[in-house]
Design a protein around this ligand. Sequence first.
Ligand SMILES: NC(=O)c1ccc[n+]([C@@H]2O[C@H](COP(=O)([O-])OP(=O)(O)OC[C@H]3O[C@@H](n4cnc5c(N)ncnc54)[C@H](OP(=O)(O)O)[C@@H]3O)[C@@H](O)[C@H]2O)c1
Length: 300
Amino acid sequence: MRILLLGKNGQLGWELQRSLLPLGEVIAVARDGQNFCGDLMNLKGLANTVKKIRPDVIVNAAAYTAVDQAENEADLARIINSDAPEVLAKEAKILDALLIHFSTDYVFDGQGDHAWLETDATNPLNVYGVTKLAGEQAIRNINCKHLIFRTSWVFSPRGNNFAKTMLRLAQERNSLTVIDDQYGAPTGAELLSDITAHAIRTVLQQSGLEGLYHVAAAGETSWYHYARFIVDSALKAGVNLKIKPDQIKSVPSEAFHVAAKRPKNSRLNTAKLEKAFNLKMPHWKTGVSRMLTEIIENKL
Ligand SMILES: NC(=O)c1ccc[n+]([C@@H]2O[C@H](COP(=O)([O-])OP(=O)(O)OC[C@H]3O[C@@H](n4cnc5c(N)ncnc54)[C@H](OP(=O)(O)O)[C@@H]3O)[C@@H](O)[C@H]2O)c1
């Protein structure tokens, strides 16, 4: 089996380079790919890459993920998050290839406190969410064989994310203020990529499982409680920090002035995924603890 992986250097793309390997030949392409165009801004180049490689599976881990910046770069975000997935879907359809695409909890408006189902109405609050939803819809309209995984609060030891920022700030500052009214589940790129590989294998053996799935770790937390867990774990591991968990101050979203509005309820219901692929999602603390160990031991 030949797999084309786009966005190989992102949090998720990096982990997919590992998890896809046992499935077959992985051709991993970055934005500045040498032999093949991997730039999602170059729609013609992207189509040509698929035509040349003729993959059985296309995994798109590339995305415009700068949520606040997207408010001022809507055109750029739309091309990368919506037009490019549409091109991939068209090429996948021609080849009868399976397209794997990732989306986000930001397609929802965050009302209420239930865990969102795949069938719930979408209503994104910001440009990033609008463009990610448009990407999903483009793939569904073209109706190539596909899996779309909506996930939330992605972390990995690689790249920049909330956990690494909190660790750094707790080493630099005497006080820390964190939002306490947005809820979700931190989801490891490692977990997500392992599930992706498992799902690809399953879908290729058993038809009828294609479609949209929510993928997130079990349990829920707020950014504030997530920060406390990070600081507490780091202190227990002997890291020298300037603050203790109970010195972190909780504030509402409105206390931070950011360009893009965020949903307050990012809980994702994963029952459909667990049933279809015979999985049990691990608790978010398991993955975060592993990442912290890796960051702390390797001084990442
Ligand atoms: N991060 C989250 O909290 C989160 C939450 C929910 C859903 N998701 C979704 O999960 C998926 C993976 O996210 P992630 O956390 O791995 O994101 P990430 O770490 O920001 O990685 C995104 C990747 O996309 C690449 N990219 C951006 N513009 C590109 C372009 N024009 N051409 C080619 N590649 C381009 C980046 O390349 P460079 O390395 O060259 O910049 C980077 O490798 C995305 O679909 C995202 O929307 C993420």
